[in-house]
Every structure is written in structure tokens, then in C-alpha cells.
Design a protein around this ligand. Structure first.
Ligand SMILES: Nc1nc2c(c(=O)[nH]1)N[C@H]1C(S)=C(S)[C@@H](COP(=O)(O)O)O[C@H]1N2
Ligand SMILES: [Mo]
Length: 259
């Protein structure tokens, strides 16, 4: 009988050596765009090691209840009219299922009730839109990593793509679905949540019911509303315009919309 260290043990060792790196300011390392690109391409970086690295990331500022904006406006789509969405809205989203697919070993179809039974997180944060307005609100939902872990995402997945129910105009006047994407650094960030409640109330249609993304260190257009499906992938160039999001495709917005 031969002895080989298990893959699990190898991963643990990788994670341990990365721990040293983290102590010396890994947050500033992972926040550098070049470093993010390197880690996405590094074949030797195991998922466990990535997770360890990710856990050292800086949090976005959180505010007190008294800081919450009395008015939090809506922007972009605020009342989707696609038949699929209208049908779900008519059942008060009882028939809603969040699909999680792509580079996962356990595809999921989760009802709102199932999502609400998963671990929950609330945070009061500031939303910054590139159009020049900000608002502070309280968001409650399930951390995205809780969902991705249950879907058993593969080591090779590099992006989470959020497909939405609403459509928006393209340059040529035709309509195209809104979508967005983030990398694994943001996907596993503790403040990245799939929110089903805002300011202690069920998420309204205007703000993205039944489920919207909060990825707190990025700008407003990354906060995908009306999430229908999350697809794990290792490339963005074959999705819609190839730039990772609706605004990235139609108006050249930065894919990493850091604040
Ligand atoms: N599906 C979808 N998500 C979206 C948008 C949209 O039009 N459709 N607009 C984005 C923009 S530009 C901003 S500023 C925020 C607005 O979120 P709010 O309506 O909750 O204020 O949603 C973002 N997410
Ligand atoms: Mo925005």
C-alpha cells in the first residue's frame, strides 16, 4: 500500500502558507487590479487557499440606523414588464426559483423561502451611483458564499454572472437583458449578499424584488436587481457584448466599478 498526502492536506498546506502573506496587508494586494488578474490565472492557487486569502479582505463602511436616508430613490429599471417577471410578480414571487448553474457540481433552484432559511446578514451601507447620487440603506439577505458553497462551485470558476429579469435598451434601439458579473474576491466577500429585504421590509419591486445583489465595494450599476439566474463561469467574452455587464457593454463602464 502506498502513501500519498491527500489533496485535502495539500490544500491545507497551501492555505497555511498564504496566511503569512495575509498578515502583511493582503487586502491591499487583492485590491490591486493586476493582482486580481494574477490570482484568477494562477493554476496553483487552490480554492481553499483563495478562500483564506479572501477572508482577509477589507469591509465597506457600515453605518448606524440613524444614518439611513429617509428617501432611497430607485434607478434604471424599477418596474420590469417582461412576461416572465409579470407572471412571478402576480404570485407575489411564490413561484420564484433562483437558478445557480454553470461551473458547479450541484446546480440549485432555490425558492425565496429556502433562501431565507440560509444564514442571514444585515448591513447598513452607502450606495453610490455614477450618475452622482448616494443613499444609505439597510440590506438583509443571504451571503453569496453560502449559496455558492452549497452549489459546490468548481475550483476553475472565476466569475459569478447575474442574469436579471428586466431588459434595457441597446444602442440600436432593441432590448437586451440586464446582467452583471463579479470575480471570486467579491463573490466570497462577507458583505456580498443576495438581498431579499431593504430597510426591514421585503424588497420592493422598485429596488429589485425578489432578489438583488449587494456588492458593497463597488458602484451602483454592479448591484444587479431582479436576479433570475447566477451562472459560474471562467470567461465573460462569450456573454452578450462580452464586457461582463449591461453598462460595460453599452456605455463602456469599467467592469471593476470600485468605490
Ligand atoms: N436588473 C437591474 N439592476 C440594476 C439596474 C437596472 O436597471 N436593472 N440599475 C443599476 C443602477 S445604475 C443602480 S444605481 C442601482 C439602483 O438601485 P435602486 O433602484 O435600488 O436604487 O441598480 C443597479 N442594478
Ligand atoms: Mo447607477
Amino acid at each position: 500500500m502506498s502513501f500519498r498526502p491527500s489533496r485535502r492536506a495539500a490544500l491545507t498546506l497551501g492555505a497555511a502558507s498564504l496566511a503569512g502573506l495575509m498578515v502583511s496587508g493582503c487586502d491591499s494586494i487583492v485590491r490591486a487590479p493586476a493582482a486580481r488578474k494574477f490570482f484568477r490565472s494562477a493554476e496553483g492557487l487552490s480554492q481553499a487557499a483563495q478562500r483564506t486569502l479572501l477572508s482577509g479582505q477589507r469591509l465597506a463602511r457600515e453605518f448606524k440606523p440613524s444614518d439611513m436616508s429617509p428617501i432611497f430613490r430607485t434607478n434604471g429599471s424599477n418596474d420590469p414588464q417582461t412576461p416572465e417577471y409579470l407572471a412571478l410578480k402576480a404570485t407575489n414571487f411564490g413561484g420564484y426559483r433562483l437558478i445557480v448553474d454553470g461551473m458547479v457540481d450541484q446546480p440549485l433552484a432555490l425558492s425565496l423561502q429556502q433562501l431565507m432559511l440560509l444564514p442571514q446578514r444585515s448591513q447598513i451601507t452607502r450606495h453610490d451611483c455614477v450618475e452622482g447620487w448616494s443613499a444609505i440603506g439597510k440590506w438583509t439577505g443571504v451571503p453569496l458564499h453560502e449559496v455558492l458553497t452549497r452549489a459546490k462551485i468548481r475550483y476553475t470558476a472565476q466569475y459569478a454572472v447575474f442574469h436579471c429579469f428586466d431588459t434595457m435598451a441597446k444602442g440600436d434601439g432593441t432590448m437586451t437583458p440586464y446582467y452583471e458579473s463579479i470575480d471570486m474576491f467579491d463573490a466570497f466577500h462577507p458583505q456580498t449578499i443576495l438581498a431579499y429585504a431593504m430597510n426591514e421590509m421585503p424588497l420592493s419591486v422598485g429596488h429589485g424584488a425578489p432578489l438583488r445583489l449587494r456588492v458593497e465595494r463597488q458602484l451602483g450599476y454592479k448591484q444587479a436587481k431582479y436576479i433570475k439566474r447566477i451562472t459560474l463561469t471562467d470567461r465573460l467574452d462569450n456573454i452578450f457584448g462580452g464586457n461582463g455587464g449591461y453598462w460595460e457593454d453599452v456605455a463602456g463602464y469599467e467592469w471593476y466599478g470600485g468605490i
